[in-house]
Design a protein around this ligand. Sequence first.
Ligand SMILES: C[S@@+](CC[C@H](N)C(=O)[O-])C[C@H]1O[C@@H](n2cnc3c(N)ncnc32)[C@H](O)[C@@H]1O
Length: 299
Amino acid sequence: MAVTKAEQRLCERLRLCGDEAQALLHAMHAGDAGRIAVALSPRAPQGYEPPFACADASDFPWLPARVRIPAVGERPTQYPDYKAGMYYVLDLSSCWEGAALSALPRTPERSLDMCAAPGGKTVLLAAQTELRDHTANEVNAARRGILRQNAGRCGLPNTRVTGLRPEQWARSGELFDLILADAPCSGQSLLCKGIKNPGCLGAATVRGNAKRQRGILLAAVRCLAPGGYLLYTTCTYDPEENERTVAYLLRRVDGFMACEVASLAAYRTALADFPAYRLLPHHGAGAGGFCCLLKRDNK
Ligand SMILES: C[S@@+](CC[C@H](N)C(=O)[O-])C[C@H]1O[C@@H](n2cnc3c(N)ncnc32)[C@H](O)[C@@H]1O
């Protein structure tokens, strides 16, 4: 396997060496680490099970209760139940990121998914808690259309779809007690799913994404009610877009702390001095991702 300088740099930045570095590089080259999951939607009644074979959930102790992992070879979108909106198909790694919501102490009264399209994290939220007053926001008009379709298909209750930019949210005066910021990122994990993503390891790409993510987070915290929670997630590996972006926020804004997520303890990153979690392809739950749950203090 011929390793590029950019790949080598990534391993160094992640402080991966030996077998771990080899495993990441192998996954990036093989492109076969992707794995899908399905989140049961509010349309699926209690006791509903999808009409296809699923993997044993006990192998994934962090898996939210209303998420299933189709057995290898199953194609969940081929069943009428998919069209009927009983479930939403997404990456298993996305479900791992969303599992951080298990640390929320109560059902949010008002929630905002700031980067919501096509709708995976919003459906995951609905799979884990009641949606009482939810906003699914997407800046890109075409993607917003898909988000609207998915929200309708999955029967998301009490949900409005909006298209404000982060700085518009920051000025809106609206407050939420849960905000999801599943930020646009360099998408390095796409490589491990066999999807070409030229330049995703480049320093300029990473820097540009980190800058945009910081802007999104700074806007998000202005919409967070006292005592509220902010879940930051990405599907990329570079620490600049993950640990360092959260560290930047914690430096810049007073009154925030990163929360422990007991179900993800095994994935705690060593690259931060606060609780945050990273998944890599060789952990066996898809192509990987990052998550950090932040809490605003009560003042
Ligand atoms: C990782 S995707 C979100 C995936 C979605 N949360 C899901 O689970 O299905 C990031 C989204 O952020 C949107 N986006 C791009 N630039 C943005 C910006 N500057 N501010 C807010 N959102 C942005 C993209 O259009 C994209 O839909």
